[in-house]
Design a protein around this ligand. Structure first.
Ligand code: GDP
Ligand code: IMO
Ligand code: MG
Length: 424
């Protein structure tokens, strides 16, 4: 029996969705522990290709219980849309549950996200405009509504009235239109109609699963570099994608986690603003984007691409307490003659940093120090074991593991479910 947290070890989009889909074949329960529909977790399997935003990536295994956890912010409209799209593909949704304690992301949060970004002028964060920041801000300000509120209409109405007192003033200040409480309340009644039977107190379910020794996966969103506390503040999301938050967001005791799998792409990508030391602004970056098809799964934005960052992985590994690595997209590097791995940052005063993460103002100014590694110039997408990988690909992966200080647990060489294998 194991509780495994699966977390992003870079700037997001590492391939968490495909890793969860693969591991969920053997799992009893998957819990998304933070974030909202800013996530785009792509899964490719016998049901086709799906970008999951709120629904845990274990949904394709009908035997797995899938929970949208308390640490999430849930936009019911987005969730219903996602459910419809999965149902149309023949995916069974009987095992989908939503924590009554999860925050409800309201239509005004999206509006505020857009208006706040516009008000930042040129100092934008580059958010996904899904309302994530405003929803978590309301949670912290204690003016949020929760999914469980849908189950008590009178309470819901009162909470909505009180929230709108503030929200409508904010909207006006930022140049938006005030919202009609009645219309929003009616929308909530519709959400209630369609979702009430899935909204539950998750504690008994999760507790029983743990006590019975079931296999539980905790699915993170985004990656450590955009963690609210430990990422490149303020260019971060408004929750904590690091493993330490997984038990809090999922509703498990702190000591319940047995394994932490850090998902890491064989190179680096980022969407949104902020420092990204190994970013390539030349044709090499362009090539990585084309070979890796690096376009956002949620917003379609072209992703910024760069070489693998060993400083970021050391930081991610330590902070997450990683026990194993899942290296994804190795096949994307198949046709690069030479590869670079960043092993340190040089600060403007000449100091070299390898074992810590400089704070944002410094990170904008660091110069990456690179090692050059020979490419393998051979296809890997048909490889299904460590032994089958070309020797130079193994050396490259070993170097990544050495920098992270943890063993490789899985490697993926293509987006399909069977293009991933375990490394012992
Ligand atoms: P997530 O947000 O961490 O789940 O990652 P995304 O789904 O946003 O981005 C990962 C992208 O890479 C998706 O389009 C996946 O289908 C694709 N992908 C995942 N693993 C591999 C792999 O090993 N090789 C290739 N070529 N593509 C992959
Ligand atoms: P997955 O789970 C990549 C980025 C945005 C922006 C910052 C804050 O698919 O890895 P937000 O909308 O959260 O307030 O935006 O975080 N971002 C992501 N980048 N993958 C994601 O999710 C992301 N979710 C948010 O681009 O820089
Ligand atoms: Mg993604």
């Amino acid at each position: 029996m194991t509780v495994t947290a699966v977390v992003g070890a870079q700037w997001g989009d590492e391939g968490k969705g495909r890793v969860i889909d693969y591991l969920a074949q053997q799992a009893d329960m998957v819990i998304r522990f933070q974030g909202g529909d800013n996530a785009g977790h792509t899964v490719v399997n016998e049901y086709g290709r799906h970008a999951l935003h709120l629904i845990p990536s274990g949904i394709f295994n009908p035997a797995t219980v899938n929970i949208i956890g308390t640490g999430c912010v849930v936009n019911p409209a987005a969730l219903l849309e996602e459910m419809a799209s999965l149902a149309a593909a023949g995916v069974c949704l009987d095992n989908l549950w939503i924590s009554a304690r999860a925050q409800m992301l309201m239509p005004y949060h999206r509006v505020l996200d857009g208006l706040e970004e516009a008000a930042r002028g040129k100092d934008t964060i580059g958010t996904t405009k899904r309302g994530i920041g405003p929803a978590y801000a309301d949670k912290a300000a204690r003016s949020g509504l929760r999914m469980g509120d849908l189950l008590s209409p009178e309470w819901l109405e009162a909470r909505l009235d009180s929230a709108l007192q503030v929200v409508n003033r904010k909207l006006q200040i930022l140049g938006g239109e005030p919202l009609d409480g009645r219309e929003l309340y009616n929308a909530c009644l519709e959400y209630r109609e369609r979702l009430a039977h899935r909204i539950v107190d998750t504690v008994p379910m999760v507790r029983t699963a743990l006590e019975q020794g079931q296999e539980i996966l905790l699915e993170g969103q985004l990656g450590v570099m955009r963690d609210l506390d430990w990422g490149i503040y303020p260019y971060v999301t408004s929750s904590n994608p690091t493993a330490a938050y997984a038990p809090a967001g999922a509703g498990l005791p702190a000591g319940a986690i047995d394994r932490v799998i850090g998902v890491v792409k064989a190179y680096s990508t980022a969407v949104g603003d902020g420092p990204f030391p190994t970013e390539l602004h030349d044709e090499m970056g362009e090539r990585l984007r084309e070979m890796g098809q690096e376009y956002g799964a949620t917003t379609g934005r072209p992703r910024r691409c760069g070489w693998f960052d060993g400083v970021a992985i050391r930081y991610a590994s330590w902070l997450n307490g990683m026990t194993g690595l899942a290296i994804t997209k190795l096949d994307v590097l198949d046709r690069f003659e030479a590869l670079h791995i960043c092993v340190g940052y040089r600060l403007p005063d000449g100091t070299v940093v390898t074992d810590s993460m400089p704070d944002t103002p410094w990170l904008f100014q660091v110069e990456p120090i690179y090692e050059e590694w020979p490419g393998w110039m051979a296809p890997t997408s048909a490889c299904r074991s460590w032994k089958e990988l070309p020797e130079n690909a193994r050396r490259y992966c070993r170097r990544i593991a050495e920098l992270a200080g943890v063993p490789i647990a899985y490697i993926s060489v293509g987006p399909e479910r069977d293009q991933m294998f375990r490394v012992r």
